[in-house]
Design a protein. Structure first.
Length: 327
């Protein structure tokens, strides 16, 4: 099929129209069958669950996974009824989204695109945050983990004392050798503790644990695996920022890239998502008590299988280096 004459206004209408598991399944199957227009519909559904209907995140992504990868995650459904009315999407959110979608350089700097995408969540309504919080409580392990309150910051000196082949040693190497931060973004600057519970706890904890989940779940720190681990995070507890990032990314692919790039992106998102759905809940793990244990031992004890990537982890960096050489 040929591409529709898609406009941003028409796409906004598609997002607001919503969908669900059956529609997501049908769109993924249609895309597999060669319907190049389906990429807009899939992107619209992913934005829909990010900014309108957090209750349907699992329904939509399970449907996409079944249609695109051939089978849904082997885990129970997690869903909640939609409210009778909704406050909708603010004009400020769209005003921030479209420049990010059409910026050709967005994505070259992972830290910058993270900050810009996180800024979009500032335009979500208090009502949507409350609904996202209620939905998060339905995920395994969330209520118990959040009951412990906002976690203290990790201490670099604790990591420095760990064996090099341990989880703490590996995280210390990330910080010292690779120049990473102990928390991806500044929790205070983002005002995360002002969110309704359990979002206050969840958003602080995932900033701490993002790199730990990379290590324990086996997602590399490459550009490709930053996408896969985002799917993993969203599957684990409905992480709202992750849903926003993936909806934005698929929208960007639909509007600015060839259809096969959407396929490449879906392969990565949905294998990461399925991995997250089928991995035991990690949000409540007290990593601070097992810093000195080897990662292989931790995986065995937690029942975690390392991510099986459909592509070489560093393929995007290799392609970019080749392009730079040819320029």
């Amino acid at each position: 099929m040929t591409d529709v004459d898609m406009t941003t206004d028409r796409f906004v209408e598609m997002v607001l129209a919503g969908g669900g598991r059956e529609q997501a399944l049908a769109d993924a199957l249609a895309s597999r069958a060669g319907d190049t227009d389906a990429r807009y519909r899939m992107a619209a559904q992913c934005l829909y669950v990010a900014v309108v209907a957090p209750e349907l995140v699992v329904d939509v992504y399970d449907g996409l996974t079944e249609g695109w990868l051939g089978s849904a995650p082997d885990r129970p459904r997690i869903t909640a009824p939609l409210p009778a009315t909704s406050e909708g999407i603010s004009d400020e959110l769209w005003a921030g989204l479209w420049p990010l979608v059409f910026d050709p350089d967005a994505g070259r700097d992972p830290a910058l695109i993270t900050v810009r995408t996180a800024a979009l969540t500032e335009h979500l309504t208090p009502e949507l945050n409350r609904r996202t919080a209620a939905m998060a409580m339905l995920y395994p392990g969330v209520a118990e983990a959040a009951a412990g309150g906002i976690p203290d910051r990790f201490r670099l000196e604790d990591l420095a004392a760990c064996p090099k082949d341990s989880l703490g040693g590996a995280l210390y190497s990330f910080v010292i050798d690779k120049g990473f931060d102990l928390e991806v973004l500044d929790r205070d600057a983002l005002g995360l503790q002002e969110l309704p519970p359990p979002l206050d706890y969840l958003n602080v904890r995932i900033l701490q644990c993002h790199d730990i989940w990379h290590l324990v779940a086996g997602h590399e720190t490459s550009g490709l695996h930053e996408v896969s681990v985002t799917g993993f995070q969203m599957a684990q507890f409905g992480h709202q920022y992750s849903a926003m990032f993936l909806g934005m990314l698929l929208t960007k692919m639909a509007f600015t890239q060839a259809p096969e790039v959407t396929g490449f992106t879906l392969d990565t998102i949905l294998t990461g998502y399925r991995h997250g759905r089928e991995t035991p809940a990690l949000i409540g793990v007290e990593w601070e008590t097992i810093w000195d244990q080897p990662i292989a031992q931790i995986r065995t004890e937690l029942g975690v299988t390392a991510y099986d990537s459909p592509y070489p982890a560093w393929v995007m960096e290799d392609m970019r280096a080749l392009e730079d050489q040819q320029a």
